[in-house]
Ligand binder design. Structure first.
Ligand SMILES: C[S@@+](CC[C@H](N)C(=O)[O-])C[C@H]1O[C@@H](n2cnc3c(N)ncnc32)[C@H](O)[C@@H]1O
Ligand SMILES: [Zn+2]
Ligand SMILES: [Zn+2]
Ligand SMILES: [Zn+2]
Length: 450
């Protein structure tokens, strides 16, 4: 097929990148995302997963020739393979939902000639040019690097990306038809409620995903460090878990033989109480904030205070009172351990984008710096349609608060995944959390009563 283009046609972003490497690469015109910075052809578009029936970028979905089915990275376990091909250095291998065989994501399948459009297993209901890679010599690594850098990191692409809306349009199913897929946008339903009431609304959901040892981030990146900092602290110490939520960390501490009181002002605590009963755990859970706990327990009543992923959920009017109350509840030389979203590497300070927006690879992520230095109140949706508030503050704000209330920082951890975690969770950890920490864990010592 000849590479001839009229002036009113747009080339596919991927076809264009590949054709810079391989002179025989046949271009396709873009039919998807034409008004974005990464217009794409059907071959380099989205495919409907045969299991979840959701559209997926072609780098996050694999074809099983035996079952004639697509499986996406969301539905099945997947591994990362490190290999140079086309303009890439890695791809995913995904297990087929039907027969369990392991298949590469479509970007690699195309590079080795096993894409179902290349083998003829799917006959697309639209014209498409396919490439026959086994007839083409390998490019040199340096030319591959050049294309990769230009195409993925080009300033122009970032600028144009930021101006464009991103709308899901079409995806291809196993029969080769392009289906229209709607992107349902949920409208926020609890705009008027208080920050604490918003936590109450998602309490059940939070409990369901946290009850067995915390959700993914808590389990893999936060809790190991928070619990690690506790290890050198004497066993009999009295611990208060401030903003304990549905209580998962208190339960883990209890299992380790710790003496814990959990407090939380939202309905999250109801789940902590009922689940402790189910488990037969003797943990005191009380519906209070830190100021209420100080009133109830008095000064010098705890040796250790924990606030696990809580401080950035407390508004500016109450944060000072909270840290002050924690300080007062602690004995002299008491320990305060807390974790927060790292303010430098999470929104609103950091704005992550993907190019294309639906790519499953973290190497397609680009970060832009927004407003880091100012306090801000933004909404985050752990549950679609039910946002909670996130009170962004720069690191120096926390440092000043601690100093003001008699603390000195003893340790600071920016959790980094281990090489094993990178291999086990490639899509979450590789080229992302292993280059910037999204959490911060701090251990502070109370030197004096402020
Ligand atoms: C992200 S959850 C963390 C829950 C728990 N610590 C965990 O690690 O799973 C944030 C919690 O902070 C609580 N919270 C919000 N405002 C608070 C305040 N002023 N004082 C204490 N806790 C608060 C919420 O009710 C919610 O349970
Ligand atoms: Zn293309
Ligand atoms: Zn799927
Ligand atoms: Zn299969």
């Amino acid at each position: 097929m000849e590479n001839v283009l009229n002036s009113d046609q747009t080339l596919c972003f991927y076809c264009l990148s590949y054709s810079k490497l391989f002179s025989d690469y046949p271009w396709n015109q873009a039919v998807l995302d034409k008004d974005t910075a990464t217009p794409r052809c059907y071959l380099h578009g989205r495919y409907v997963c045969s299991s979840c029936r959701l559209p997926r970028h072609f780098n996050g979905i694999a074809w099983c020739n035996r079952c004639s089915a697509f499986t996406c990275v969301k539905c099945m376990p997947h591994k990362v393979q490190f290999k140079r091909f086309l303009v890439y250095r890695h791809y995913y291998e995904i297990q087929c939902t039907k027969c369990g065989s392991i298949n590469p994501a479509l970007e690699y399948a195309e590079a080795i000639g096993t894409h179902p459009f290349q083998t003829g297993k799917i006959k697309p209901s639209f014209p498409i040019n396919v490439w026959l890679p086994f007839l083409t010599p390998e490019p040199t690594p340096s030319s591959a690097d050049k294309v990769l850098n230009e195409e993925l990191n080009g300033k122009q692409r970032i600028e144009s990306y930021l101006q464009k809306p991103h709308i899901i349009t079409k995806a291809i199913d196993e029969t080769g038809k392009a289906l229209k897929v709607d992107n349902k946008i949920q409208t926020p339903q609890n705009i008027d409620s208080t920050p604490i009431a918003k936590w109450s609304k998602i309490a059940l959901h939070y409990h369901e995903r946290s009850k067995e040892g915390g959700d993914f981030h808590h389990r893999e990146l936060i809790a190991p460090h928070v619990l690690g900092l506790l290890e050198t602290i004497p066993k009999h110490s009295r611990i208060v878990d401030v903003g304990c939520g549905e209580g998962y960390l208190s339960r883990i501490m209890f299992e380790k033989g710790r003496n814990v009181v959990g407090i939380d002002p939202s309905d999250m605590i109801d789940f902590a109480i009922s689940y402790a009963e189910v488990k037969g755990y003797d943990i005191d859970y009380i519906k209070l904030d830190a100021a209420g706990a100080l009133e109830k327990f008095g000064s010098n009543s705890f040796d250790v205070a924990i606030a696990n992923m809580v401080l950035m959920d407390i508004d500016d009017d109450n944060i000072d009172l909270t840290i002050g109350s924690i300080s007062q509840m602690l004995t002299e030389k008491g320990i305060f351990i807390f974790s927060i979203l790292h303010p430098a590497f999470t929104p609103p300070a950091l704005k992550p984008f993907r190019l294309p927006w639906d790519s499953d690879k973290n190497s397609d992520k680009i970060y832009l710096v927004g407003d880091y230095i100012n306090n801000q109140n933004i909404e985050i949706s752990l549950v679609s349609g039910f946002p909670t508030n996130h009170f962004h503050r720069p690191l120096s704000y926390y440092a000043s608060l601690l100093k003001e209330h008699g603390f000195v920082i003893e340790e600071m951890i920016e959790p980094k995944p281990t090489p094993e975690q990178v291999l086990t969770y490639p899509r979450e950890m590789f080229m992302d959390y292993d280059r910037m920490p999204i959490f911060l864990v701090v251990k502070a010592l109370k030197l004096r009563q402020a």
